[in-house]
Design a protein around this ligand. Structure first.
Ligand code: ADP
Ligand code: MG
Length: 243
């Protein structure tokens, strides 16, 4: 379980996250929703220490981190060994084949044997619908394919949590669908994920839990079912603006 208590984050004099308390259950998909500028990306980045919150508590995997104290690199590394932010597919290694992009981490970070890393990578590429692209290079892929390679690469690392910030926002609708299908399948296989998205139909399908943020505060924290049955007028206004 990943849990935060009273997490605050400011940029200069602007407070962006106002003491957020919530949890992200294991083997579930938590979706973060909210208007632009509400703090979704800042929250997700804070969970991976890409941003440094200034106060609150962060609990993960036996680690209890007091965010008002300096956090050591060793602690950050521990968190990052079990969590990964999947960027828009642009962080693939351009000089390595698709297969090597997927096997690098398992071989050099996880010290897996090359053979087994390759076998697993091929299975994962098949899972994301790219079995035939193993020998291609990133610049030969569409945006959607690159994104799916990035997802396969995260899966190969067997991380506890995968974080995705608007994973399809840069994609054309027909490419988006392929990525969303892969994420739905992974969710069904109980990979723990935290996803920021603007796609409400997808959120409804994939989320076990939904957190709705506005102006850096949590307005809703509960099941997907309850979210879509809400009578909160701010949330209803958001839903109707998005659909
Ligand atoms: P969202 O992802 O919900 O659109 P963000 O977390 O990106 O929102 O941004 C929340 C607020 O924090 C916005 O007002 C944004 O301008 C501000 N912000 C985000 N990142 C930075 C930064 N690196 N420096 C200064 N302000 C930032
Ligand atoms: Mg954002």
């Amino acid at each position: 379980m990943l849990k935060i208590t009273g997490l605050t984050k400011s940029f200069g004099s602007q407070q962006v996250l106002h003491g957020l308390t919530t949890s992200f259950p294991e083997q579930q998909t938590t979706v973060i929703l909210g208007p632009s500028g509400s703090g979704k990306s800042t929250l997700l980045r804070s969970l991976n220490f890409l941003e440094r919150p200034e106060s609150g508590q962060y609990d993960f995997d036996g680690l209890q981190i007091d965010l008002s104290q300096p956090v050591s690199q060793a602690t950050i590394l521990k968190v990052r060994r079990q969590t990964e932010m999947v960027f828009q597919g642009y962080n693939l290694f351009p000089h390595l084949s698709v297969l090597k992009n997927v096997t690098e981490g398992p071989i050099y970070v996880r010290h897996q044997a090359k053979d087994s890393a390759q076998t697993t990578a091929k299975q994962l590429l098949a899972k994301v619908g790219l079995a035939d692209k193993a020998d291609s290079y990133p610049n030969q892929l569409s945006g959607g394919q690159a994104q799916r390679v990035a997802i396969a690469r995260s899966l190969a690392m067997q991380l506890e949590y995968i974080f995705l910030d608007e994973p399809t926002s840069a994609l054309d609708p027909e490419l988006e669908l392929g990525v969303l299908k892969v994420l739905l399948q992974i969710a069904q296989e109980k990979q723990s994920m935290i996803i920021v998205t603007h796609n409400l139909a997808f959120a409804r399908q994939v989320a076990d839990k939904i957190i709705f943020i506005e102006h850096g505060k949590i307005l809703f924290d509960g099941s997907s079912q309850d979210f879509f049955a809400t009578t909160n007028h701010r949330i209803l206004a958001f839903i109707s603006a998005m659909t």
